[in-house]
Design a protein around this ligand. Structure first.
Ligand SMILES: C[S@@+](CC[C@H](N)C(=O)[O-])C[C@H]1O[C@@H](n2cnc3c(N)ncnc32)[C@H](O)[C@@H]1O
Length: 428
């Protein structure tokens, strides 16, 4: 069996069966099976993930009984075969079909004839396949054009209008630029930019943050600058969130949903590693990465602890100058990095998550000292989880006032889709 396609198959099947994350699973499978062409594997895996809704729409038309009764193994092979036939010009059609049929013979015995028939059926029927029409059903049309679950297209068109929703869909399918946060405890932005340029990287200044750089070139994480903690890879939106929180040296900061720690570390750098940063998360093991990164960056002011943000911790009441709530969310702002989010189902368009987010925010607000600040952020583009959570909070908690709020959008701000809302606790 072709090791490249087998690696892609294992990754896609694990995602299908166990909801594995694409990047983690792909790296694991590449490490174990050692394919000859990791680039081919990546293209096939991400191609299938990014086009899954479209591929399934075509398969529905080729399989009279529909996809519901198919084994996950068979469906995965069909998606891989169809993706190669439609999108991979480098693979001849006969190879796309034959290789997948060979795999079917081994992996789903007895179903190879069916797989062969469906893939050959595509070649015969491809000009007769039906596509929805924008004027008749714009939601279904956009869902297929950009290969997104219909519920997301509907949600964005209700919240932003059809035109802006389409911009968001297109931008979410684009590749993000690599952005890094300069560790100004160790080096200035200008000096780091120079060092990286000397090594052949293309470097530009960030657009929103004074400590961000955009870097193009391969091997960034193999540089001595990375090893020595001169920078971290982080989207500019997250760096901006830490800058808007504006922590000062010597203050006490609480980060209630801190792992894996990107913002906690940015906050500590802004504080010049002076003061106290309490970093909590519900999963203790996820805080290990934060501790390791703190060492690499030369940060010593972070104290970590396992704590459920939905439970009020009495000891922390009014103990912090600033509190960050970067809570769990639907992730609709980071589809550029995690394309599988395009077809994940989320309970009640995010309303269930919003209840949890509000609960965590309310507890966290108790930790803020008088005249201190509270920052709520998410990596999603969904008003139910963003503006609505904050409005509910502010309506109920009159001792807090809004300072500023901003929804960053891919395609507009060239960042992840990211929501930042800063509030202040009144003095009396
Ligand atoms: C968006 S991530 C945080 C990212 C982090 N702030 C950063 O910048 O790297 C949300 C985090 O919330 C944590 N989480 C989920 N439910 C929680 C809860 N009830 N209490 C505390 N943390 C929770 C998750 O484990 C996850 O690490």
């Amino acid at each position: 069996m072709d090791v490249n396609r087998k690696t892609a198959y294992n990754t896609l099947l694990e995602m299908e069966i166990n909801q594995a994350y694409s990047n983690i699973e792909l790296n694991k499978q590449i490490g174990e099976l050692k394919p000859d062409s990791p680039a081919f594997v990546r293209e096939l895996v991400y191609g299938v993930i990014e086009n899954r809704v479209y591929l399934d729409h075509i398969l529905q038309q080729l399989i009279p009984k529909g996809l519901k009764g198919l084994k996950k193994q068979t469906l995965t092979l069909l998606r891989m075969g169809l993706y190669q036939l439609i999108f991979m010009d480098s693979v001849p059609d006969y190879a796309a079909v034959n290789e997948i049929v060979k795999m079917a013979r081994r992996l789903v015995p007895g179903r190879d004839g069916f797989v062969n028939g469906v893939l050959r059926g595509y070649k015969k029927k491809k000009d007769q396949l039906e596509m929805p029409d924008y004027d008749t059903d714009p939601i279904e049309y956009l869902s297929l054009k950009y290969s997104f679950a219909e519920w997301i297209v509907k949600l964005w068109s209700e919240q932003y209008g059809l035109e802006k929703a389409e911009q968001l869909l297109a931008a979410s399918n684009s590749k993000p630029q690599v952005s890094i946060r300069v560790n100004r405890l160790k080096i200035s932005r200008k000096d780091l930019a120079e060092k990286l340029r000397e090594k052949g990287f293309q470097v530009e200044h960030g657009r929103l943050s004074e400590r961000a750089l955009f870097v193009k070139g391969s091997g960034l994480l193999d540089t001595e600058e990375f090893e020595n903690g001169l920078f971290s890879v982080q989207d500019e939106s997250s760096i901006l969130a830490a800058e808007i929180l504006a922590p000062k040296s010597g203050e006490t900061i609480i980060d209630v949903c801190a792992a894996p720690g990107g913002k906690t570390l940015a906050i500590s750098e802004i504080m010049a590693n002076t003061g106290r940063v309490l970093a909590f998360d519900i999963y203790d093991h996820k805080l290990e990465l934060l501790k390791k990164e703190a060492q690499r960056l030369g940060i010593s002011i972070i104290e970590t602890g396992e704590q459920d943000g939905t439970v009020l911790c009495e000891e922390l009441i009014q103990s912090a100058d600033r509190v960050l709530v970067d809570g769990p969310c639907s992730g609709l702002g980071v589809i550029r990095r995690k394309p599988e989010i395009k077809y994940r189902e989320i309970e009640d368009e995010g309303r269930e998550l919003a209840e949890k987010q509000l609960n965590i925010l309310e507890n966290a607000s108790e930790y803020v000292k008088k005249e201190g600040f509270l920052l709520y952020s998410t990596c999603t583009v969904n008003k139910i989880e963003n503006a609505e959570v904050v409005s509910k909070f502010l309506r109920k908690h009159k001792k807090f006032e809004l300072v500023r709020s901003r929804q960053l959008l891919p395609g507009v701000d060239e960042t992840d889709g990211f929501f930042i809302c800063k509030m202040r606790r009144r003095g009396s």
